[in-house]
Design a protein around this ligand. Structure first.
Ligand code: SAM
Length: 283
């Protein structure tokens, strides 16, 4: 895991938030405009204490990626409104779930899973919704076959999984195992969906994460290597998966790039790095 100190991100100010993130905080959470910047800066500090992920330093916990995927968002919302179950794997503070709920999805049909359960309380604080959100949050390691995630009745019951900025934390072999776990969580029927985003690259391969000192291996996909992974996962699980979207054109971070002006080259490079957005559907 990358291990930068919070000071490294000091130059990234709350001005990087997009208007849609501000709207969510204003209209869903009831936070007045004048207080949004100080609120999210305090939350960044708290979340960083749970686990110092670079995405937290960059305010990615307010990057609303799912709703920006216009090819699929309306279908996700519609399916949730008619009873489908949605799970955000590696949900961190849970911004994607809050956007869905703001847009009319019943929160009781949503599940958030993260390795660090400490993020859930920070998420309630960020969105001021502990008294009304009916999402089920589960602290679990997706790789652990004995975790609450694998042993509750959830296995085989989820209709739509969202997974943002999680696959790229792992090696290709680990990613394949993670994908198999997601298949096991999803209902074994045509139409089950896996949607998400992660770091991407025109050239697929191993990469090192800034600040990483533990020598762990990480793999970045291009659309072709991502399709090949799902072909292998299909063979391993006796199912068939169609990668109907694998798009490398958008930056990984959904933050306001205008705010990057004047920041250090390292931060500007992070903000303009390519992301892979994907939709994978069971046939
Ligand atoms: C880089 S953050 C991305 C957070 C959020 N999905 C987003 O897009 O803003 C990765 C998240 O995945 C979680 N995570 C990492 N490994 C995991 C695992 N093995 N099982 C469950 N969650 C994991 C981390 O704790 C972290 O919250």
């Amino acid at each position: 895991m990358a291990s930068r100190k919070i000071e490294f991100y000091a130059e990234v100010e709350a001005s990087v938030l997009t208007e849609s993130a501000r709207k969510l905080l204003r209209e869903y959470s009831g936070i007045p405009d004048a207080k949004i910047n100080s609120h999210v800066e305090a939350i960044r500090l708290e979340a960083f204490q749970v686990c110092p992920y670079p995405c937290i330093g960059m305010f990615q916990f307010l990057d609303l990626s799912l709703s920006s995927m216009t090819s699929i968002y309306a279908e996700v919302l519609q399916r949730l409104k008619t009873g489908n179950k949605f799970l955000d794997l590696g949900c961190c503070l849970g911004q994607e779930i809050r956007q869905l709920v703001f847009d009319g999805a019943p929160s009781a049909n949503t599940y958030g899973v993260d390795l660090y359960g400490g993020f859930f309380a920070v998420g309630y604080k960020l969105f001021a919704d502990r008294d009304r959100l009916q999402t089920t949050f589960i602290a679990a390691d997706i790789f652990d076959e004995l975790s609450p995630l694998a042993t509750t009745q959830l296995a085989g019951q989820i209709d739509i999984v969202y997974v943002g900025a999680v696959f790229h934390l792992f090696s290709l072999q680990e990613q394949e195992m993670m994908a198999v776990r997601l298949v096991q969580l999803l209902a074994p029927r045509a139409g089950s969906l896996i949607i998400g985003r992660q770091s991407g690259s025109e050239e697929a391969g191993e990469f090192s994460r800034a600040g990483d000192k533990n020598g762990k291996s990480h793999f970045r996909h291009n659309p072709q290597s991502w399709r090949e992974l799902w072909d292998r996962v299909g063979e391993r699980t006796g199912s068939k998966w169609h990668v109907e979207e694998a798009d490398l054109s958008a930056p990984e971070f959904g933050l306001s790039s205008a705010a990057a002006e004047g920041m250090s080259a390292e931060i500007r490079n992070k903000m303009s790095a390519k992301g892979l957005r994907f939709v994978v559907r069971r046939m």
